[in-house]
Design a protein around this ligand. Sequence first.
Ligand SMILES: [Zn+2]
Length: 118
Amino acid sequence: METFGSSREAPPSLPVDAASLSGVVEDGRTRFFNETTETRTHNLTCPKCGQAGEYKVTWVVRRKRPQLPRHADERDRAKFAKAQSYMVRRDDKLSCANIRCRKPFEITSLQSLAFINE
Ligand SMILES: [Zn+2]
């Protein structure tokens, strides 16, 4: 699995979907992670016309919290130790930027889940 090692290059004012911010839902996923929605630019090639271009793709990013939540038990501790920051791709399809094509295409060159090293 590929990793995104240079995610710190993201612009400082990332669009954040307030509803998806962590801390709102205290379920298993967000207890260990801070969840944000981020838009990243990727170089993709339209399979219909073959033109490469930069496309904005939306990712749900879950960054591991710096500390375990309080009242964590042993199982939480073990899970938290193994937990790693990751992001899940939210966009599956894009529309081609080539004005003579404009066809929708599926994103096949990007993985749907990527771990983050930072
Ligand atoms: Zn195209």
